[in-house]
Design a protein around this ligand. Structure first.
Ligand code: TYD
Ligand code: MG
Length: 467
């Protein structure tokens, strides 16, 4: 028997320390380190008595392969995010802030799969059976054959789901509530969560059931977050959204069986989550194209184009240090664009507050939004509205040049589909695809953009209808 060894583990990032400290060296968080027993766990763990290894047969890269067998939910936005359905024998982690709608989404998925004749087990560790039933009623899922259990003990869960016919899909809601007899530390600690997740993954691999694990993202770091198990699972999906808005995005951040960067878009209603098959229409829904400072960005999310409005407000400041506030974009990127505008275009913003907002509570991650941001800023500063039917995309370099971005064709096609007749895009973009015919204006550099905005906006004000 190996001796039990205690270590001190940061509950935020999982860094192991030899002794307790107030601040974690790994992530810089305070009061996140607790004493933890690293010995426990169904998988054994470090400290086991070493045994003599057994040689396994080495093989080659070529040979028999099969496509991963998948089960489709029929909820196309969910299937898109998972890369075409849940894979049998794999584990998927669905992370997100508490209250964002993870349980709702998974209950709807469970009901959809059950209606297709799959055996689904939903294990709730957070809510009592009655609560889950109430939710199922609201979601019109109560008439399905989804099997339900309210349990948190890992061994009991394994015994339950291992009994009878093999389930096609098991949902564990959530991993933070799992606890195992074999790990000595308190429930909710990194060790307990890892032990539980490891056991669930092993069950999936052994039986071929698909395993869906729900994890809350916790900022305080007091409870082990999904990040500490991200490396163990086959796919990681994050469910995000702004509480002030009712749409939600399921974002793929890791997928061993499909593409990442895919998104599924949903809208929260009183009857649960509804699919949004055309996100651009949602984000452009309440657009006021007559006012200055608004530019439509033609973006991409994985393989899907998304059009979204970027809004800027540039106003004279009364403060010594002007304000820069950003919602939905990277603030250091905004500073960069402001610096490039000042340095290369003579646009003076030192005496102005700058506010930038991405409409609908959406978050842009692409640098391709640079051109749309710059256009919105210039438009607001000059008080000139941009043409209502024009989209913008392109990356801006520190020299002021507008650099090409990928997937020009898809962006333009989406813009055309939604009635945008014009686009401003990088000059060096690959040729504009056939079948797309609009007023595509190529931009060399930022000074070029500034002069064109001044020109086109002036023209627009004189003759709004013709071009
Ligand atoms: P929930 O799925 O419980 O969140 P999570 O599991 O991520 O913690 O969803 C919680 C929120 O969703 C709650 O504030 C109520 C709202 N909601 C609706 O608006 N409509 C619905 O039909 C349901 C079931 C929930
Ligand atoms: Mg929940």
């Amino acid at each position: 028997m190996a001796k039990s060894k205690t270590q001190f583990v940061c509950q935020n990032c999982g860094t192991v320390h030899n002794r307790w400290a107030g601040k974690c060296d790994g992530c810089g968080e305070w009061n996140t380190i607790i004493e933890d027993d690293m010995m426990g766990g169904i998988g054994g763990g470090p400290g086991k008595v070493p045994k003599k290894g057994r040689a396994v047969a080495l093989t080659t890269l070529s040979g028999e392969t099969e496509e991963a067998p998948r089960i489709f939910t029929g909820i196309s936005e969910l299937d898109r995010a998972t890369g075409g359905g849940f894979v049998r024998g794999s584990a998927v982690l669905v992370g997100g802030d508490p209250g964002i709608g993870k349980s709702t989404l998974l209950m709807q998925a469970a009901a959809a799969l059950s209606r297709r004749g799959h055996r689904i087990i939903y294990v709730s560790g957070e809510e009592a059976v009655a609560q889950v039933r109430l939710r199922a009623q609201r979601l019109d899922a109560a008439d399905t054959e989804v099997l339900l259990a309210a349990e948190t003990n890992v061994e009991d869960i394994l015994a339950t789901i291992g009994e009878g016919k093999r389930p096609d899909l098991v949902i564990i809601d959530s991993i933070q509530t799992l606890w195992s007899d074999t790990a000595d530390s308190a429930p909710g600690t990194v060790t307990q969560v890892r032990t539980g997740v490891q056991a669930m993954i092993r069950f999936a691999k052994q039986t071929g059931a698909a395993m869906v694990l729900v994890g809350h993202v916790t900022k305080e770091g007091q409870i082990a977050g999904p990040r500490v198990v991200e490396h163990m699972v086959d796919a990681v999906l994050y469910f995000e959204g702004d509480r002030g808005h009712h749409y939600r995005i399921l974002r793929t951040v890791k997928n061993r069986f499909g593409p990442t960067d895919e998104i599924g878009v949903f809208e929260m209603s009183d009857k649960g989550l509804r699919e949004v098959t055309n996100p651009s229409e949602l984000f452009l829904g309440e657009r006021n194209s007559k006012s200055p400072g608004a530019a439509v960005f033609a973006g991409m999310e994985g393989t899907r184009p998304v059009l979204v409005e970027v809004q800027a407000l540039v106003a004279p400041t009364s403060l010594g240090t002007p304000r820069r506030a950003v919602v939905g974009w990277d603030s250091s990127r905004l500073s960069m664009i402001l610096a490039v505008l000042e340095a290369h275009c003579g646009v003076k913003l030192g005496q102005h507050d700058v506010y930038l907002n991405v409409a609908g509570g959406y978050r842009i991650t692409e640098p391709a939004a640079d051109l749309a941001v710059a256009s919105a800023l210039v438009s607001s500063l000059a008080g000139l509205a941009l043409p209502a039917d024009c989209v913008y995309f392109g990356e801006i370099s520190l020299s002021g040049a507008v650099r090409p971005v990928s997937q020009t064709a898809q962006r333009l096609k989406e813009a055309e589909k939604l009635g945008f007749a014009g686009a401003m895009l990088p000059a060096t973009s690959a040729e504009v695809p056939k079948g797309v015919n609009g007023r595509w204006v190529t931009i060399e550099d930022l000074p070029d953009l500034v002069s064109r905005i001044a020109g086109s906006a002036a023209k627009l004000r004189q003759t709004p209808e013709d071009d």
